[in-house]
Design a protein around this ligand. Structure first.
Ligand code: COS
Length: 385
């Protein structure tokens, strides 16, 4: 429960979201897949529902949901195509949270109200061509020049970059340092000379959720755009933002798993072979039972991580474990669903074929499974060293 929305009102909000998913998002999935774009009418509805500001406090015009409430919402929204969540999640999670966690009061007042309504769209620029898992090695440089920073470098696979109005850029402000300590977070507004967004990439899945390169060629931004007003805060800000981001990815994997299992169960009950519905066969039941068990475990773990972070606890281990488990298990769940549907699940246009492709990237973005294993093991072993 949050200070802003009591449990009863939140439950009613979630019911409305379930209806929105069922009546508006699921019927539009195929259109999004074909057009590689979420229709404007749905984006407008998302704005009216307050989705762009779910995690932003009410004093800045948002709904002020806790991380735990956001996770429960992401589970509901995860049942529809991932592209929908991507319309507003970069605002809520990665973009606005950097400002929320480390920004000055002036930065919060300048950006959060417009991010909360969706009037401004944000993206989070961390990954570079030479720096993916090793985020602290990034090379984009921000050199202080009087009252300005001059940014040079390039970012890769930036979610929502083609739609973004502001870019939260992780850049090295201390040229002498090669570690995270020399990294700062700086806000760059679209239209600043020297900032360029490349074309949206063609991807294996998640059509309608654009990613692109962003390049900075002598981009001059006012020094007041330095998040927190102090150099060196960028890496730890990015890591804290990613803790919440990983919980959000885990939650959407849980929602995705629910939808996939339901689609596979419905098919298994309707599809007849050898004179009876295939759901009667124990080998089909075993696949469904394994998927349901993984869904239930992921659901519990995700809520545990989300509640820990909501209470202000250190959730880096739980967030990594939830994202690791849920992204790996939704891939297995999608794979079993294709197996249950057979040829029908391998044909373009079937939701199972789409979820099979869409789920794959969950094991990569916001920390690969292997990096998350390292984070978990490091935290575990610390107590024994
Ligand atoms: N919350 C707060 N601070 C954190 C943190 C977290 N979750 N994780 C790390 N930090 C801090 C550390 O405490 C450390 O601070 P001090 O130097 O003051 O002690 C600093 O950040 C450096 O941490 P660490 O030594 O763990 O950094 P490493 O370079 O060894 O690696 C990993 C950290 C590999 C975990 C990090 O680079 C990572 O998460 N990589 C994946 C990046 C990613 O997810 N990319 C996805 C693209 S974004 S969509």
């Amino acid at each position: 429960m949050s200070d802003n929305i009591d449990e009863e009102s939140f439950a009613a909000f979630l019911d409305g979201m379930r209806r929105f998913v069922r009546e508006r998002l699921v019927p539009a999935e195929q259109q999004v897949e074909e057009e590689d774009e979420v229709p404007d009418s749905i984006v407008m509805e998302m704005m009216n529902l307050g989705l762009f500001g779910i995690g932003i406090p009410p004093e800045y015009g948002g709904l002020g949901l806790t991380v735990a409430q956001e996770a429960r919402l992401s589970i509901v929204l995860g049942e529809a195509s991932a592209a929908f969540r991507f319309v507003f999640m970069p605002n809520v999670g990665l973009g606005s949270r950097s400002i929320l966690i480390s920004g000055t009061d002036a930065q919060k007042r300048a950006y959060l109200p417009r991010l909360a309504t969706g009037a401004l769209r944000a993206c989070f620029c961390l990954t570079e061509p030479g720096s993916g898992s090793d985020a602290a090695s990034l090379r984009t440089a921000a050199r202080r020049d009087g009252d300005f920073y001059v940014i040079n470098g390039s970012k890769r696979f930036i979610s929502n970059a083609p739609r973004a109005d502001i870019f939260v850029v992780m850049a090295r402000t201390d040229a002498q340092s090669s570690s995270g300590a020399g990294i700062s977070a700086i806000i760059v507004e679209r239209g600043t000379p020297g900032l360029q967004v490349g074309p949206a990439e063609k991807k294996l899945g998640q059509r309608g959720a654009p990613i692109a390169d962003v390049t900075f060629d002598d981009v001059r931004v006012p020094a007041e755009n330095l998040i927190g007003g102090r150099e060196g805060l960028g890496f730890s800000t990015a890591m804290k933002v990613l803790d919440a981001g990983r919980i959000s990815v885990a939650a959407s994997a849980v929602g995705m798993a629910r939808r996939i299992i339901d689609e596979a169960s419905r098919y298994a009950v309707q599809r007849t072979q050898f004179g009876q519905p295939i759901a009667k066969f124990q080998l089909i039941q075993a696949m469904l039972a394994d998927s349901e068990t993984e869904y239930l475990a992921g659901h519990a773990l995700t809520l545990q991580a989300a509640e820990t972070l909501s209470r202000g606890g250190d959730a880096r281990n739980l967030a990594a474990a939830a994202k690791y488990f849920c992204s790996e298990s939704v891939s297995r769940i999608a794979d079993r669903a294709v197996q249950i549907l057979g040829g029908a699940g391998y044909i373009s246009g079937h939701p199972i074929e789409r979820f099979y492709r869409d789920s794959r990237v969950l094991r990569i973005y916001e920390g690969t499974s292997q990096i998350l294993q390292l984070v978990i093991a490091r935290t575990m072993l610390k107590g024994f060293e």
